[in-house]
Design a protein around this ligand. Structure first.
Ligand code: HEC
Length: 497
């Protein structure tokens, strides 16, 4: 793997801003154009709504492969927008379709035990068992053995799954570490080659109804004007660290006014990211998709959401208290970013959205179809439908709100290289999602290596075999169909007999 512009690794930053991939419940919600539905939508009073057809969505694998081979970024980006229009389409319940989807909590957390700290530092996924977190009171078992439901959780969750994906994972026990381990053991017994040591999370190699999301919110005061730094590129004018331009280094901001007292477009003088105050423009809440946290939210704020270490601007203040402070009742969650992956093709389509001060950003927003309405038209987009360009060069595609905190080092050999989030590609990193348990006493899976943009071969022994403590040689891993949630959130298997 070769990379342009290797960059240095960041070691410390100052906490300044707290964005949280949240898992909270029951909340007021709002949208653009003053269309806030307040608390008129009660948790549980809605059914699942799948992603409707929009122009090129869904497309066949063959069509997508043609665009990729031809490097037709225009068609690929249009497809990404069509997916955005589909999943954000308003339901009769006053919430977007995606908000009715299954939560990771419903699919994975029935055991009450979660391995967390998933977005580790230094380019490694860190695993950690947190026993004794117990069931959330809202989780209702289903009489017929189906997915338990937690309607309140579905309002606002950390990961989201469409029905076919949720059901496939559930019915096939892919949320169970034991099933994954048995599958990997069976591959070993049969001598299955490394390339084929993989599960699918859909009945076929594609499923156009399959989507998985990662929405991310930033909490602000519900009563005071708050400065919200926004991404404006990684050059030195916009960030104090262009190698690792995480949100706490951004020095452009807007003032979000939940009171409606200030006029949009006015300028106010506020501090940003622990730097001195500066002038910034006022933007109304309606420029965001937003939710207001209720008392219940702060009580029910799940430990997973609080402890997963995935505050945006990671590497800063990840203490539980800091997260809980941000999730106080009355505070407002602004949707800042959303990762979207869909299985119209075997390697999944990867598109990611973030709030843009300039929603007409020439590279990331200008091509958005006019049919995408407020507040969804305030979000810019990047796409990764392949790991490399047709000529084999690494294709970089990252979400500035989610990946800029990442940094790592490919350890050994000629490819040894330090990298950061601004050199990553969604598909290259998700291709690496894989797991194994080994040894006479079951150990946690070893930390898996993240990596930067570039081709990741599913048969690469450097990536898909790992040394285990107390184990001779390297142990082959089981690939989990590009879904890190399956790698990370599946239940720990019982010890081997
Ligand atoms: C360097 C590694 C890395 C990169 C790059 C990366 N991700 Fe992820 N992603 C993860 C990990 C680990 C998780 C699981 C934990 C979490 O949700 O943070 C995850 C979670 C997700 C999920 C939730 C579903 C799941 O099971 O994985 C989606 C959707 C997603 N990412 C999409 C994207 C998109 C789109 C991009 C590119 C803009 C991207 N990711 C870039 C590592 C990465």
């Amino acid at each position: 793997m070769r990379l342009v512009n290797p960059v240095r690794r960041r070691t410390s930053v100052i906490p300044a801003l707290l964005l949280v991939a949240a898992a909270v419940v029951g909340c007021e919600r709002g949208g653009g154009g003053g269309a806030a539905s307040a608390d008129s939508t009660h948790p549980g009073k809605y059914e699942y709504v799948g992603p409707p057809k929009v122009r090129t969505y869904p497309s066949s694998n063959a069509t997508l492969q043609r665009w990729i081979a031809a490097n037709d970024t225009v068609a690929i980006r249009q497809h990404g927008w069509d997916i955005w229009e589909s999943i954000t389409s308003m339901t009769t319940y006053g919430i977007p379709a995606w908000q009715t989807w299954y939560s990771g909590h419903e699919i994975f957390e029935e055991s009450g035990e979660t391995r967390a700290r998933v977005r580790g530092r230094h380019g490694l996924v860190e695993f950690e068992v947190r026993p004794g977190f117990g069931h959330r009171p809202g989780l209702r078992r289903s009489a017929n053995g189906g997915i338990p439901s937690d309607p309140s959780e579905r309002v606002f969750a950390f990961n989201r799954f469409t029905q076919s994906t949720a059901e496939f994972i559930w019915k096939n026990g892919l949320n169970q570490g034991k099933v994954l381990r048995d599958t990997n053991d069976a591959f070993t017994r049969r001598g299955t080659p490394l390339i084929s040591r993989a599960i699918l999370t859909s009945a076929d190699s594609t499923d156009s109804a399959s989507f998985v999301l990662k929405p991310v919110f930033q909490f602000i005061s519900g009563t005071e004007v708050t400065a919200v730094p926004y991404w404006s590129g990684d050059d030195s004018r916009a960030s104090t660290d262009s190698a690792n331009p995480i949100p706490s280094t951004w020095n452009r901001a807007v003032a979000v006014d939940p009171t409606g007292k200030l006029h949009p477009g006015d300028s106010v003088f506020l501090p940003v990211n622990n730097a001195g105050p500066m002038w910034m423009k006022v933007v109304p809440l309606s420029a965001f998709y937003w939710v207001k946290l209720t008392v219940d939210d702060s009580i029910n704020f799940t430990q997973f959401g609080a402890l997963n270490g995935d505050l945006i601007g990671v590497a800063n203040d990840t203490s539980l208290q800091a997260v809980l402070n941000a999730a106080r009742p009355g505070n407002i969650g602004l949707l800042m970013a959303m990762h979207v992956t869909g299985k119209e093709m075997p390697n999944w389509t990867w598109q990611s959205f973030w709030w843009g001060y300039d929603p007409k950003d020439p590279r990331f927003g200008a091509d958005r179809p006019a049919s995408i309405k407020a507040p969804w038209n305030h979000y810019n987009m990047t796409v990764a439908y392949s790991m490399t360009t047709p000529t084999g060069a690494p294709l970089v595609a990252y979400n500035p709100y989610l990946e800029t905190s990442l940094a790592g080092k490919i350890p050994a050999g000629k490819d040894s290289l330090a990298w950061t989030g601004v050199t990553t590609n969604c598909m290259s990193c998700h291709r690496r999602a894989a797991i194994a348990w080994s040894g006479p006493v079951d150990t946690l899976p070893v930390p898996q290596l993240y990596g930067p943009a570039g081709l990741v071969n599913p048969a690469d022994p450097e990536i898909f075999t790992q040394p285990f403590p107390g184990q001779k040689g390297r142990v082959p891993l089981l690939k989990t169909d590009f879904l890190w949630s399956v790698t990370i959130r599946g239940h720990t298997p019982p010890p081997r007999k």
